[in-house]
Every structure is written in structure tokens, then in C-alpha cells.
Ligand binder design. Structure first.
Ligand code: GA4
Length: 320
């Protein structure tokens, strides 16, 4: 819930948002209802009792931190981030910049730059930790997508999940490290990752205990989402907005750097195969809610995304 500030001078600085917290060990139909409601109202929610083992998360966090702690020259060996690898400050291909360094990997098959032999000291261990983590969060994403399809009464209940289960799924895994902004002589947080929506189907995000994520609420205010190391934060991507014929919202978000502490986040972006066709199933198209977006392939959408800037509205281009 957004708590409106009674003090107008603080109007620009709304209190933090409490995203819906969904306990996945609850009763299935109830859980499916809550998830669907959260996707319609917020586009974001948190999950607890998610079944991803703590040791899988801890191992991935440790590998991530070790990677970012390596000397620059070693990290640079895993770069450039085009198409996959280590990147710093540059985001995408059109001049977007943020106070962030990152490792961007394809998950099918796992693409670790060959040149990065020194990743975290032991490339094989790094790969195996990433593989175990990605398999676990992909499983979580599929479970959530099946619950959504069930509640939306979509006939093919694996319609969404089968896209990211596909061996040719174009899913990505990203480790982000946001150095503290005091480092850059700022008094407020700098923009770590500028505002955008995620283009894919579903994002499963995990961060350390350092704040920075903000979401755009009611297309008007930026609201901080406090970090929660007990949960995964899940958000709807553009493709799921299109496939639910606009019922679910792919919401703008951004990350500001923290003044004192480094933030590290790990994001799994579940995506369809490049040639997969993206359109809403007939069950979600009615005379009252006619088809909102023309059918497109994920490849087409991805190409459009990369030809635009981070903050541009991509889905608009596909409106009917
Ligand atoms: C946002 C979500 C993911 O981090 C990402 C980003 C990608 C990139 O960093 O290369 C994009 C951005 C993201 C959206 C629009 C395009 C593509 C940068 C950019 C300007 C990996 C993704 O898939 O889309």
C-alpha cells in the first residue's frame, strides 16, 4: 500500500511501498488469486516459502560478490557485455548510462564468456552455481506462471511457462552491482539503472539487504521497495502484459544507488524463444476487451527494444 504523505513538502518522497507478500505454501487456488490480483494491481509482488533452497541463493550471492570484488582488469576479461558478459555503466546500445557494473548471461545454454577464465577464481564452480540457481528460479517462475494461467482460466495452463521451459528460450540472468553513491561524491542516490519496463515474460529478482529499487505507481510517483532478503521480488514483463491482453501490468521501475552501501541484485528474466509468437489467447479476448496488441515474435520485440532507449515505451509500438 502506498502511504500518501500528509506533508506537501514531502509529496515528492512517498513512503515505501509494501508489495503484496504471497506465501506460496498456502492453498493453491487462494495463492493463484492473490498472484493474479497483484499482477493486475501492482505488476510486482513478493514471494515467500518459494522453495528455492537458501544454500542455492547464498552460493549465488557469494559467487556474485566475489566476481565484483575482483580487480578491474580481471572483470574486464569477461567483457564487453555485447551480447553477453561484463559491462560497466553502459546499458543497451543507445547511450544509456547508469552507476552500475554487471554481468549479463544467456541461460540457454549458459553463456559465460570464454575469456573470463578467472571469473571468481574458478570458472567451473561459477558456472555450476549459476546453473543450479537459474534452474531453481526458472522452476519458481514456471510455477508462478502456471498459477496465473489457472486463475485466468486459460485453456492451455502451461501457455506461459512452456515458453521459458523451451530449450530455445531466450532467458537471461543478470548480476548487478551498484557501488555506493558517496563513492561518486553524491549526497543522494545516483541513478544506478534508469527507469524502464522489463521486456520479457517474468522477472525473478533477489537483492542483498541494500535499498535502491523503486517502482512507478499510478504513472505518477516513484515509490521505494524496501529490500527483503527473505523473499524474491517478482515482476510482470511486457510480453506477459501483451499475452494477458493488458490485464497484467508491466510496471516501470528503476534503481538508485545507496549512499553508504553497495547493492547487489540478481535478476532472472524469463523470455520466449526468439521465433515464438506472442499474442493473447482467445480466452482473454472478448468484445469488451478486444485484442490490444498485434501478434509479434519475441525476436521482433527484442529487436525493437534494443533499437530504443531504456526508458522508451516499447509495447506502444505494437498497439493495434
Ligand atoms: C531491461 C531488462 C534487462 O536488464 C535487459 C536490459 C537490456 C540491456 O541492459 O541490455 C535493455 C533493457 C533491458 C530494455 C531495453 C533495451 C534492452 C537495454 C535497452 C536499452 C537485459 C533486457 O532484456 O532489457
Amino acid at each position: 500500500m502506498v502511504v500518501a504523505s500528509p506533508n506537501p513538502s514531502r509529496a515528492e518522497k512517498p513512503e515505501a511501498i509494501e508489495l503484496p507478500v504471497i506465501n506460496l505454501s498456502g492453498e493453491r487456488t487462494e495463492v493463484a488469486k492473490l498472484i493474479t490480483k497483484a499482477c493486475e494491481e501492482y505488476g510486482f509482488f513478493k514471494v515467500i516459502n518459494h522453495g528455492v533452497p537458501e544454500e542455492t541463493i547464498a552460493a549465488m550471492e557469494e559467487e556474485g560478490l566475489n566476481f565484483f570484488m575482483m580487480p578491474d582488469v580481471e572483470k574486464q576479461r569477461a567483457g564487453p557485455a555485447v551480447p553477453y558478459g561484463y559491462g560497466r555503466k553502459n546499458i543497451g546500445f543507445n547511450g544509456d548510462i547508469g552507476e552500475v557494473e554487471y554481468l549479463l548471461l544467456h541461460t540457454n545454454p549458459l553463456s559465460i564468456p570464454q575469456s573470463s577464465i578467472t571469473i571468481s577464481g574458478d570458472l567451473q564452480k561459477f558456472c555450476s552455481v549459476v546453473n543450479v540457481y537459474v534452474r531453481a528460479v526458472r522452476g519458481l517462475a514456471c510455477d508462478l506462471l502456471d498459477l496465473m494461467a489457472e486463475e485466468l482460466r486459460v485453456q492451455d495452463q502451461s501457455l506461459f511457462s512452456k515458453m521459458i521451459r523451451d530449450i530455445e528460450s531466450d532467458s537471461l540472468f543478470r548480476l548487478n552491482h551498484y557501488p555506493p553513491s558517496s563513492f561518486h561524491h553524491c549526497t543522494t542516490g545516483a541513478v544506478g539503472f534508469g527507469e524502464h519496463t522489463d521486456p520479457q515474460i517474468l522477472t525473478i529478482l533477489r537483492s542483498n539487504d541494500v535499498a535502491g529499487l523503486q517502482i512507478r505507481v499510478a504513472d505518477a510517483v516513484w515509490v521505494p521497495v524496501p529490500p527483503d532478503p527473505t523473499a524474491f521480488c517478482v515482476n510482470v514483463g511486457d510480453v506477459l502484459q501483451a499475452m494477458t491482453n493488458g490485464r497484467f501490468m508491466s510496471v516501470r521501475h528503476r534503481v538508485l544507488t545507496n549512499i553508504n552501501n553497495p547493492r547487489m541484485s540478481m535478476a532472472y528474466f524469463g523470455a520466449p524463444p526468439l521465433q515464438a509468437s506472442v499474442t493473447a489467447p482467445p480466452e482473454l479476448v472478448t468484445p469488451h476487451s478486444p485484442l490490444l496488441y498485434r501478434p509479434f515474435t519475441w525476436g521482433e520485440y527484442k529487436k525493437a527494444s534494443y533499437s530504443l532507449q531504456l526508458g522508451d515505451s516499447r509495447l506502444q509500438l505494437f498497439r493495434k
